[in-house]
Design a protein around this ligand. Structure first.
Ligand code: S3P
Length: 425
């Protein structure tokens, strides 16, 4: 059980683990490209290691040298049948994205994951992939994992996303690599565009114009990829530093793709002082340092088009709202119910246990602050972002917070506690 206690401030300079979304895509695209790709800054977390394991089972040689991953790409049509069921563990990104690739193969694949994955909705990828001609079935006639994907010929589709989801968009685009004709995905609210940017840098014929993404059949060429720090991991430390007066924290080389920076906008709206510096562009991704100064924050409203730009940061924002002055209302975030846990229920339940006044809304939550966090024992629901959000609550708490099943933190940020301890004063 992890125990976290009050600090007086966060101070220093750190780096955070590599971006999870970009790490998954780097393995996937380099596996199906021609030539040898090198990936630096890869997230050595459980989810991304499961993506490596899946592609190794599909015959791809992947050398994991810790600070560098070398992928010997097999081209679009060079994957081989796996002799056993692929296992994605807890990773929704792996199962949803890889199905786009598997739908275009000349062999059958079965794929599954842990208890959380077997409950998460897969109809959102099954429906469009079937429209493309894919043969994909869920367990016992349902649309839940384990999934079975059989060979078929794919055709391009023109698909409007019913929910803003980068995983769904990406599954369709990856399927589109194997399709006859163009594949078009339309999104009314932008979701993270790492797949589009990386496809372009691998040489795919892809255009992205005002919410209409068009992919023409393309071959991919191996690339060297620099994975930035994950803004969704940095978010835990940024939020803590922003809310503890006297803090001064620099987080180096974080991904600042505008489809991911909603957290910065919200921290500023709460009165936080956040700056960016040393901005570079690598493979279309913006990377830079984040500098945070601690202040007493106030509540805000979070809803509308910003939600996909901060969906994974809502658990830690809810903690911060608990120590901010006034009301914070989070709406339009019903997608939180189908994440690694139901993050609305998980957060509201655990926040109330530690003394934060929070109520569930049908599509979000309302938090009334400021509260004195009293501490105690909390559940993580095996959900990495709930575990880390509760750890951040511990930094503000009168008595320590103890977090059950905290091992799940290794899914996205294995060095979370070491990184946090290195700047805790
Ligand atoms: C991800 C997309 C988001 C996000 C998840 C990672 C991705 O999910 O919550 O952690 O890498 O594409 P949705 O596509 O379901 O919104």
């Amino acid at each position: 059980m992890l125990e976290v206690q009050k600090v007086s401030k966060l101070q220093g300079t750190i780096k955070v683990a590599g971006d999870k979304s970009i790490s998954h895509r780097a393995i996937m695209l380099s596996s199906i490209s021609q030539g040898v790709s090198t990936i630096k800054g890869f997230l050595q977390g459980d989810d991304c290691n499961n993506t490596i394991a899946c592609f190794r089972r599909l015959g791809v040689e992947i050398e994991n040298k810790n600070d560098e991953i070398i992928v010997h790409g097999r081209g679009l049509h060079g994957l081989q049948k796996s002799d056993r069921t692929l296992d994605v563990g807890n990773s929704g990104t792996t199962i949803r994205l890889i199905c786009g690739i598997l739908a275009g193969q000349k062999f059958t694949t079965e794929i599954t994951g842990d208890g959380s994955i077997r409950k998460r909705p897969m109809d959102r990828i099954i429906i469009p992939l079937r429209e493309m001609g894919a043969k994909i079935e869920g367990k016992n006639g349902t649309t839940l994992a384990p999934l079975k994907i059989e060979p078929s010929d794919l055709n391009g589709i023109d698909y409007s996303l019913p929910v803003p989801s980068a995983q769904v968009k990406s599954a369709i685009l990856l399927g589109g690599l194997y399709a006859i004709g163009n594949t078009i995905v339309r999104e009314s609210i932008p979701s993270r565009n790492h797949t589009e940017l990386m496809l372009q840098s691998f040489g795919a014929n892809l255009s992205d114009k005002q919410g209409q993404i068009t992919l023409a059949p393309s071959q991919l060429e191996a690339q060297d990829i620099l994975v930035p720090g994950d803004i969704s991991s940095a978010a835990f430390l940024m939020a803590a530093a922003a809310g503890i007066p006297g803090s001064h924290l620099i987080i180096r080389q974080v991904g600042l793709n505008p489809t991911r920076t909603g957290i910065i906008d919200v921290l500023r709206a709460m009165g936080g002082k956040i700056e960016m510096d040393n901005i570079i562009n690598s493979g279309g991704e913006i990377i830079g340092d984040i500098i945070v100064e601690g202040k007493q924050l106030h509540g805000t409203n979070i809803g509308g088009d910003i939600i996909p730009r901060l969906i994974d940061e809502i658990p830690v924002l809810a903690v911060l709202a608990g120590v901010a002055e006034g009301t914070t209302r989070i709406t339009g975030a019903q997608e939180l119910k189908v994440k690694e846990s139901n993050r609305i229920t998980s957060m509201v339940t655990e926040l109330n246990k530690i003394g934060i006044s929070a109520t569930e809304l049908p599509d979000g939550m309302e938090i009334e602050g400021p509260n004195v966090i009293i501490g105690g024992e909390v559940e993580s629901y095996g959900d990495h972002r709930i575990a880390m959000a509760m750890a951040i609550a511990g930094l503000f708490s009168e008595e320590p917070i103890r977090i059950r099943e905290s091992e799940c933190i290794a899914i996205s940020f294995p060095d979370f506690m070491e990184t946090l301890s290195s700047v805790a004063k």
